[in-house]
Ligand binder design. Structure first.
Ligand SMILES: O=C(O)CCC(=O)C(=O)O
Ligand SMILES: [Mn+2]
Length: 207
């Protein structure tokens, strides 16, 4: 019997999901694992991570993750009462941005970095639908480090999906996903390793 030269057990290079009118494109091994390791280590160590707090009824509550915001000087971004002023692109982040732009065939002028220190860190249900993202946000999300569960739920009806975002994967959320669905990264207390996530965005109306 002739052995196949190809590893048929390899991950598919691309999966496309239709969520109502929106398209979700998932590239499980978008970066090879050695380069993804290098990205994780570099970004973990070179990023000036901030611990932000949100105010709930006069009480400051620490966001359950660390963050950093990079982009063009005017790409200011606000959510839940926080305004983030961008740090200038580093050569490393700019290179990643160019790779993402080539893959997605769309421009990005800012990136939000999230550092989930372990499975107790999370992001609650939300949509990336702030006015500065324009009427049809396109968001490209690069994951590095520990695989984590990513959940989506429809605003109307009961549809719910979950996806495991692996090390080096790219998830592209096309419009109108942000206006018809919510997403979150739930806590997974059994996970003791860290994860980084980079969401590349295009901020409109920069005066
Ligand atoms: O960490 C993730 O995969 C999602 C992050 C996210 O939804 C956000 O930063 O808006
Ligand atoms: Mn989001």
């Amino acid at each position: 019997m002739q052995e196949s030269l190809f590893n048929t057990a390899a991950l598919p290079s691309h999966q496309r999901y239709r969520l109502g009118e929106a398209t979700l494109d998932y590239y499980p091994a978008w970066l090879d694992s050695a380069f993804a390791d290098h990205c994780y280590q570099t970004l973990l160590h070179e990023t000036p991570w901030r611990q932000d707090s949100l105010r709930f009824g006069g009480k400051a509550v620490a966001v359950p993750r660390l963050q950093a915001w990079y982009g063009e000087p005017k790409a200011r971004y606000g959510y839940s009462g926080l305004t983030l002023t961008p740090l200038p692109w580093t050569p490393f982040l700019n290179d990643l941005r160019q790779r993402v732009e080539t893959q997605v065939q769309a421009p990005f002028n800012a990136v939000l970095l999230n550092y989930y220190r372990d499975g107790k860190d999370s992001v609650a249900w939300h949509a990336d639908d702030e006015a500065e993202l324009g009427p049809a946000p396109l968001i490209a999300s690069l994951s590095l480090g520990a695989p984590r569960r990513f959940e989506l739920r429809a605003l109307e009806g009961r549809d719910k999906y979950a996806l495991e975002l692996t090390h080096g994967s790219l998830l592209v959320m096309g419009p109108p996903l942000q206006h018809q669905w919510r997403h979150r990264l739930p806590k997974q207390p059994e996970i003791h390793a860290g994860r980084l996530n980079l969401t590349f965005r295009f901020i409109h109306g920069m005066a």
